[in-house]
Ligand binder design. Structure first.
Ligand code: PAF
Length: 284
């Protein structure tokens, strides 16, 4: 039976017991309100470890002052049920006071990889993510941790911090899980009206079209960007925040020509909802 705890002391005690028994701990950090994407991460953790720990914490330090912290969807009861169904062993669901003492003043910054893409539009976001993930790793001390590739820049930031801070944790990415019509799964999709939901399809449509163009030989980042822009803006209620084409390891943008492997990443506002999506294309 799944155990749910909200205190650091308690989760530490339970994990220590599991480790003493020789179990390999798989960890999935989340902000809750589970969809199939989250459940896929948990299933992967289950395949790759003996005991699966999931954290549910809507981390205030990664939200900007005008972002959706207050309205971020939450449903702990439903989350516990879904996690139990996929065989999660332990849920850690602390509140903000448990995670951040009043005099909290230590931050983790991954300098280069936090710049560009989402980093340019969400100042402080990756500092909040890197800090909370470091804290969660220190609390849970997993052997392996699974993250979705929809938040591609976040995945790179976390891989870098684990290397730089010598944490003995294997970081594993999981491919984006999509709805049948291609929309990348996200807890924020619940904000979309039915009209906005249709326009949200423009992100994946434009990524697929960009892939076709590249397969046909197009190598100019500006031409590909233009085509992406044309598709997205042909849908009502959309406003592009950025279109990025660049190196999937360094996140350096390609300026003249794309080569080897290209990450195409997008952030688009659909009404008042900010959506992200990406694709990696191998250039043969
Ligand atoms: O991807 C998320 O849900 C969050 O950014 C994470 C990694 C749980 C940190 O709060």
């Amino acid at each position: 039976m799944i155990k749910v705890v909200d205190k650091i002391k308690e989760i530490r005690r339970l994990i220590k017991d599991l480790k003493n028994k020789g179990y390999k701990i798989g960890f999935v950090p989340t902000m809750g309100y589970f969809h199939e994407g989250h459940l896929a991460l948990m299933k992967k953790a289950k395949r790759l470890s003996d005991k699966v720990v999931v954290s549910i914490f809507v981390n205030p330090t990664q939200f900007g002052p005008n972002e959706d912290l207050d309205k971020y969807p939450r449903d702990l009861k439903r989350d516990i049920k879904l996690a139990e169904e996929v065989g999660v062993d332990l849920i850690f669901a602390p509140d903000s006071n448990e995670m951040y003492e009043q005099d909290f003043q230590t931050w983790v910054t991954v300098e280069k990889l936090s710049k560009g893409l989402c980093g340019d539009f969400r100042p402080g976001h990756f500092k909040g993510v890197a800090t909370v993930v470091t804290k969660l790793f220190n609390i849970v001390q997993p052997d392996i941790a699974i993250f979705g590739q929809k938040d591609y820049q976040q995945l790179l930031v976390i891989k870098r911090l684990v290397k730089d801070l010598n944490m003995p944790i294997e970081i594993v990415g999981h491919p984006i899980v999509r709805e049948k019509d291609g929309l990348a799964m996200s807890s924020r999709n619940t904000y979309l009206s039915s009209k906005e939901r249709e326009s949200a399809l423009s992100l994946y449509k434009s990524l697929k079209y960009a892939k076709e163009l590249i397969k046909k030989g197009e190598r100019s980042p500006s031409k590909i960007k233009n085509e992406i822009k044309n598709i997205i803006t042909s849908y009502p209620l959309t406003k592009i925040e950025y279109i990025f084409l660049g190196d999937p390891h360094t996140l350096n943008p390609y300026s003249e020509t794309i080569k080897d492997r290209v990450l195409i990443a997008l952030a688009v506002w659909v009404g008042s909802t900010r959506l992200i999506d990406n694709i990696i294309i191998e250039i043969s």
